[in-house]
Structure formats: C-alpha cells, structure tokens
Design a protein around this ligand. Structure first.
Ligand SMILES: O=C(O)CCC(=O)C(=O)O
Length: 313
C-alpha cells in the first residue's frame, strides 16, 4: 500500500505582481495527499510557475512527483535521452553542451556559454500537443547569475488593446523546430539532433486554457515561424510587436536557483528565458521532465494540428 506524507499547511509566497509563487512546507520526495496535490495545482494555475526549495530528489522521485500531475513524456521529441535508465529526463548542462560543441569544432571547450541562443519560449510548441507543464530541477548551480525568467501570457493577452485582441483571436501560426538552426545558433552536433525530424504544427495565436478558461498569447520567438492568415511581412511585424509586449518586465518574474530548487511551470500560459549570464567557467546542471499536453484550442474553437510529425507523448 502506498503511504502519503502527513498533510502540512502550505506556505504560498508570491514572487512578483503577475507571476510566480514559492511554495514552502512540503516534501516532494513523498507521494502527496489529495489536498496538497490540489493546492499545488491551483497555485500553479493562479501563479503560472511555482517554485520549491531544498528538494533533493532522486531521478525516480522527480518523475514520481511529476506523474501526480499528468503523464510524463519522453525527454524530448528529437534530442536523445542522456540517462538510459530515465528516458523521461532531459539534461540541460552547460559543460555537456560545451563538450559537444568542442567535439564538433575539434577544439577544447573554453567557454561554458549556453550553446542555444536564449529567446523567450514555450516548450516544444512545434508538436501539435505541446507539454502542459515542465518541471526543472537545479542540481549544480553557479555561485551567482544563472537565474531563469518567466512571463505570464494570460496577463500579456489581457493587457493588449481590444482591437488587437480581436485580431489575434482570429489568427493561427506555424511553429517549427527548424527555426533556431536556420539562423545558425546551435552547434553542428546539437543542430543535427534537434532537427533530426522536421516537426511543424499550426496553433491558434491565442489559446483558451483548458483548465481556467483564460485566454493566453501562444506565440514565441524560438519556434513560431509565421502567421498563416497574414503576408510574411505583416506577420513578422505583428509577431515582433507581440514578442516585445510579452517580454515586458511587468509580466515577468525571475528565480534565483540553489541546489535542490525546483520550478514547475504551466507551459500553456507562460514563456521562459534560459539565462545567458552564467559566469565563465561556472557549471550549471539542470534536469527537466515534461507532462503531456492536449491540443490547444483557439477562441473560435479551432484546434491545433500537425503539418509534419506526430503528437508528443
Ligand atoms: O535552464 C533554464 O533555466 C531554463 C531551461 C529551459 O529553457 C527549458 O527547460 O526549456
């Protein structure tokens, strides 16, 4: 029989005006009782990203924690799993990336700079059913720097003027996993892996959140290629406007990592930004799992679909 940890009162501490809350008073190594599970889920829906500290989980415990909120997916649609025993876990390690780049260039890795250019993104939007959530665990963190930022795409939508909201409500966009590499920002080895399949999907520019009913912007500069109903020039201008808008500090929070910190974000309502200020030579090693998502639905009832590639689960 499975036992759950005794129920403790959660202490919920919002981090910024519109997004982010730290949750204290829970031990994530144990299965959660139904009330605690429901409270964490409702805090996630309210604050879009929740943080826990001092949670030194094993990989099995990381997966077990996530599986209480949904089906845990494979690590990534195209990147190979780093842990044969835990194919659900994606390794995000600046030294591992550095080595891949060095091997690729036939040179010794000197810099530990991130090899993927950092742009605001929602995870894996090139598949028809992007993950509902991602759970990132900090294992090795730099002594300073390396914070991650998130932005609230619901508030960003709500703060658009009504005519612009109406325009966005009607539009759909293509999302593609080839976008970063066409700009030459990934190392050769990572590029090849990331683009080993051509994955493209069409999503509404505004998605209706399946649990809260809120409308959220659903475009991101990492994977959104173009807007279906507009000319390329019109679409590029509109996307530039939306990207500038959604990255306004007003809608964001910033989280400073410690070993054992965990961030759990609602991938249906947020974008986030990989840090680019890790001090030279410092090691940063994170592990991520994702929870399977459903097909986004737009305000007009239109449902996302794939142009190339399968659903991700
Ligand atoms: O390393 C980070 O802080 C963010 C990682 C990230 O962007 C992701 O998991 O999608």
């Amino acid at each position: 029989m499975t036992t759950t940890a005794p129920r403790t009162e959660l202490d919920i501490r919002p981090l910024a005006g519109h997004i982010g809350a730290e949750i204290l008073g829970v031990d994530l190594r144990e299965p959660l009782d139904p009330e605690t599970l429901a409270e964490i889920r409702s805090t996630l829906l309210r604050w879009k990203v929740v943080f826990f500290r001092d949670q030194h989980l094993t990989q099995d415990q990381h997966i077990a924690f996530g599986s209480q909120f949904g089906e845990v997916t494979p690590a990534h649609p195209t990147l190979p799993p780093a842990f044969p025993d835990h194919p659900e876990i994606l390794l995000l390690d600046n030294q591992a990336f550095g080595k891949a780049e060095a091997k690729d260039a036939g040179a010794k890795a000197k810099s530990m700079a991130p090899s993927i250019e950092s742009r605001w993104h929602t995870d894996v939007t090139f598949v028809p059913n992007p993950p509902m959530g991602s759970i990132l665990r900090g294992l090795v963190v730099p002594p300073y720097g390396g914070d991650t930022q998130w932005t609230n795409l619901v508030v960003a939508y709500e703060q658009l003027s009504a005519p612009l909201q109406r325009l966005c409500d009607e539009l759909h966009a293509v999302h593609h996993n080839f976008l970063p590499i066409s700009r030459g920002e990934l190392s050769g080895a990572l590029k090849k892996q990331f683009q080993s399949q051509d994955l493209r999907s069409v999503h509404p520019v505004v998605r209706v959140h399946p649990e809260t009913g809120e409308k959220a912007l659903f475009v991101n500069p990492n994977f959104t290629s173009h807007i279906v109903e507009l000319s390329r020039a019109e679409g590029a201008h509109l996307l530039a406007l939306l990207y500038e808008h959604l990255s306004s500090p007003t809608y964001t929070c910033r989280f400073h990592w410690e070993p054992g910190s965990i961030a759990f974000w609602d991938n249906r309502a947020t974008c986030h930004l990989v840090p680019t200020d890790v001090p030279p030579g410092a090691h940063r090693s994170m592990q991520r799992i994702t929870l399977a998502g459903d097909l986004p639905v737009g305000p007009d009832g239109s449902v996302s679909y794939s142009l190339s590639g399968e659903a991700f689960s």
